[in-house]
Each structure stands twice: as C-alpha cells, then as structure tokens.
Design a protein around this ligand. Structure first.
Ligand code: NAD
Length: 459
C-alpha cells in the first residue's frame, strides 16, 4: 500500500462548497486535498445552477423572439430552435467553467484525489486503497434529488432535475410535482420552449418559502404564461403509460409525456463513514453543525447541502470559507443563515433575503413594508418586462431592514443591494438615501424603501 500522505485539510467532495473551502484553506497556508468521486464543480456546475441557467438563457431568447418579436418592432416569424445546439451550448458553458475550476485548484496547489472517500475516524479517509491522513476534515458531499414513496425515477418518463438538465431532447408536455425552485424554473423553461406544462404543488401556493405576495404574483404570471398551476394538490401516485405518464391526484388525473419530480433534495450522508467518525446527523440525515461549521466530531467540519439549511451553492461556498478560516485559527465571522440570499431564475425571477413579512410578524416585530411595482420603473418598461415588484420589510420602531423580496426582471441581480444593507445592519431609510442610477431597475429598491415610509416618489 502507498505511504500515507499528510495534509492539514482534506475536503470530502469537490462541489462549489468543497473546492471553495479548499482554496480558502490553501490561501491560509494549509496543505490541502480535495477528494472527488466525479468531477470538480459538483452538482452546481455540472447538473444544477450552471447548465439550467444556460438552458433558460436559450429558452428566454427563443420565447422573446418567437412570441414577442413584433412588440419590439422585430419580425421574426421563422424563429425555430435546434435543441441539440442548445444542449451543446449548455455543455460549452459548463466545460469552460470546469476548466476554470481545475485551473484554480492547480494554482492553489491543492491535490485532487479521484475516488469515493469514506471516513475512518482519527482524521483518516479511505479512498479505494489509499489512506489519507488529515489534521482537519471538511465534509462537503452535497445532496441528491428525492422522489416520492411509490414513484421511482426511470430517467425516461419519470425524471428528476438531473435527467431534465442533461436531456438532449425536449418533451411536448411535462407535469412537475413540486413548485419550489426546481419546479418553477423548469416550468419556465419548458413553457418558453412551447411545451404544455402542469405544475402540481401540495401546499397552497407556489414557492411556499417566499413571501406570500411573491407567491401570488408568480401564480398570476404563470397563469398568464399558460402554465397550468394546481396548488393544494394531493398526489396519489403516478403510472407510466404507452404514451407517457398519468399522475393521479385526489381530484382527477394529469397526463403528460414526462413527469418531473421536484420535491426537494436529501443529504449525501450515508455510506461515507460519518457514524464511524462520530459525526451526528439530524432526523432527516443532515449533518449537525454549529455556526463555525463544526460537527460533533473533533477535527471534522461540514458545509453545503449535506448540512441542510438553504441548499444553495453560494451558501455552501460561504460556509466553506467559514470552516477553512476556523480550521486555520483565523475566525472572522460565523455563518449567518439569515444573510443568505435566495435566487430563483423563473420568469419573472425571484430573489429574497432575510425575513418575509409573515416571519417578521411571527418574531414579534412591529412591521412596516414598502412595495414598488416594476410597472412604474422606466428601465423595466424599456425591457418590456413589467411584472412584479420589490418589497422591503422593516421594523416600524427601529427602521431596521429585516427582509427584502423582489419578483421581476433581473431580481437576482437586484437583491445584492438590500443584502448588503442587511449585512451592515442598515435601516430602510438608508437604502432610500442611496442614490440609484437612472434609468435602472435598481430604482425599484430605493423606491420600495421610500414606500416603507409612505413617501415613494414615482408612484
Ligand atoms: P424545494 O424544497 O425548493 O421545493 C419542493 C416543493 O415540493 C415544495 O414547494 C414542497 O411543498 C413541494 N412538495 C413536496 N412534496 C410534495 C408532494 N407530495 N406533492 C406536491 N408537492 C410536493 O425543492 P426543489 O425545487 O426540488 O429544489 C431542491 C433544492 O435545490 C432546494 O433546496 C432548492 O433551493 C435548490 N435549488 C435552488 C435553485 C436556485 O437557487 N435557483 C434552483 C434549483 C434548486
């Protein structure tokens, strides 16, 4: 057997969280290894955020030219798509970023160990016949799509987000169970490409984790786009037929060529030796951590989807930085879930940070809110995208900004400003004093802040 290598830090899993943790550890002078079973970049880069947004870029452009060209003075009656080329572009974007990640890892002298690692306790990780000994271990093994009891993925008729993302053909009709991020992004994509889409959600609103006003606005926009939304729907089962899939609901059936299950993801915490290493899991199998990403086992940290919370790549990367700094004895600030921005790339886009209005009230705040619609924003009108609004939630007594919720064009870019204001523990009126450039979409944030005091200027 090969000699046991020594590392200061070994990261199990090279996704966005894992490779970011490794880079930060290397920057802090730690000798670092990343153990990766598949490809550096993980779910986000290869089957998640990146390829799906590349697909949405194509579908959005196709939809705009095909269905809305004349509105912009463009006749484009023969617009057609070639899905093979859309898929090739998607793969090109992924590959370019993948090369970038590999380059970053090389530049930081991080050793990549290819294989499936299993913790053995005492700082040791077994990767096939190699034993890796590390002073600190960061578990960053991510998550996988879940299904529903009695419904199995076959990859053809009944699919999950991995199958949908990597497909090289498009179905003519899709039913999706679950109206969280995957459900509403995929509904946007398929509908923009011209498919018939039925969205089935158990709770009484789309994107149930978002502010209720946002859910209402999305439902309105989706209905207008011709997406059949069934909220408060109970799924009894699903059956593959000759022509597709039949989903049985409590009050009827939905037929489609494909069924996409988008009911959430579960942690990849099984069969990687966590029990042997003394790492505690919660009831759902997520690794328990403190605000410095420390697990219950001495010398083992965990970050990203495997610890739960918001299963988002940027949260994972930030947690990776927190863990690496803690390991190096350079604590800066602990992880604050409350500061994580949430972004959903549906049309209209959705982005939020902090508390919803209902959560702020539940926490006992005397709440004031300010709302400003995109219909009253010049740049949105120029874009031809006026659905949605920005809504700020603040404490009425102190003025402190508690949350921000944006639904509309480029909402995911706009959320950075209120997120920064929250990091700085800012007040709504301070956001209003920020001089927003004109004409830009960012003005909706300033105006929503003014609206919290009843003094919006442009409405
Ligand atoms: P999710 O948890 O966001 O949403 C799942 C939805 O399915 C919920 O609304 C839930 O009420 C519903 N549901 C659950 N069981 C159901 C049932 N039996 N019948 C009908 N509806 C049911 O999960 P997701 O959309 O699968 O996404 C997985 C994870 O990946 C999430 O944590 C998400 O945040 C993340 N993700 C993020 C992005 C993004 O940030 N843009 C994109 C995709 C995925």
């Amino acid at each position: 057997m090969a000699a046991t290598p020594q590392f200061d830090v070994a990261v199990l899993g090279g996704g966005t969280g894992g490779y970011t943790a490794a880079i930060r550890a290397a920057q802090l002078g730690q000798t670092t290894a990343v153990i990766e079973a598949a490809r550096l970049g993980g779910t986000c880069l290869h089957i998640g955020c990146i390829p799906t947004k590349a697909l949405l870029e194509s579908s959005g452009l196709f939809h705009k030219l095909h269905d809305r060209g004349p509105e912009y003075g463009i006749s484009a009656s023969d617009v057609a798509y070639d899905y093979e080329r859309i898929a090739t572009r998607r793969d090109g974007v992924v590959n370019q970023l993948w090369k970038g990640v590999q380059g970053l890892v090389r530049k930081n002298r991080i050793e990549v160990v290819q294989g499936c690692g299993v913790l053995e306790g005492g700082g040791r990780i077994r990767v096939d016949d190699r034993a890796i000994q590390a002073g600190a271990i960061i578990v960053a093994t991510g998550s996988s799509p879940r299904s529903l009891p009695g419904i199995e993925f076959d990859g053809e008729r009944i699919i999950n987000s991995d199958h949908a993302t990597l497909a090289r053909t498009l179905p003519g009709s899709v039913a999706t169970i679950g109206a969280g991020a995957v459900g509403v992004e995929s509904a946007t994509f398929y509908r923009q490409m011209g498919a018939d889409v039925t969205l089935i959600e158990a709770l009484d609103r789309l994107v149930p984790l978002e502010d209720e006003d946002v859910s209402r606005a999305l439902l309105q926009a989706f209905k207008r786009a011709g997406i059949d939304c069934r909220v408060g729907a109970r799924v009894r089962g699903a059956r593959v037929t000759k022509r597709g899939v039949t989903v049985q609901l409590e009050d009827g059936e939905v037929q489609s060529e494909q069924l996409l299950i988008a009911v959430g993801r579960g942690p990849n915490s099984k069969d990687i030796g966590l029990d042997r290493a003394g790492v505690e899991l919660d009831q759902r199998g997520f690794v328990r951590v403190d605000e410095w990403m420390r697990t219950s086992a001495e010398g083992v940290w965990a970050i990203g989807d495997v610890v739960g919370g918001f299963l988002l790549a940027h949260a994972a990367a930030h947690e990776g930085v927190v863990a690496a700094e803690d390991i190096a004895g350079k604590r800066v600030v602990p992880m604050e879930q409350d500061l994580v921005t949430r972004c959903t790339y549906s049309t209209p886009e959705i982005a939020s940070v902090g508390l919803t209005e209902a959560q702020a009230r539940e926490k006992g705040h005397d709440v004031k809110t300010g709302k400003f619609p995109f219909t009253a924003n010049a740049r949105a009108l120029i874009h031809g995208e006026t659905a949605g609004f920005a809504k700020l939630v603040a404490d009425a007594k102190t003025g402190q900004l508690l949350g921000a919720h944006v639904i509309g064009v480029q909402a995911t870019e706009l959320i950075g400003e209120p997120a920064l204001a929250r990091l700085f523990q800012g007040d709504a009126w301070e956001v209003a004093r920020n001089i927003h450039p004109h004409p830009t979409l960012s003005e909706v944030i300033g105006e929503a802040a003014l609206a919290a005091d009843g003094v919006a200027l442009n409405i």
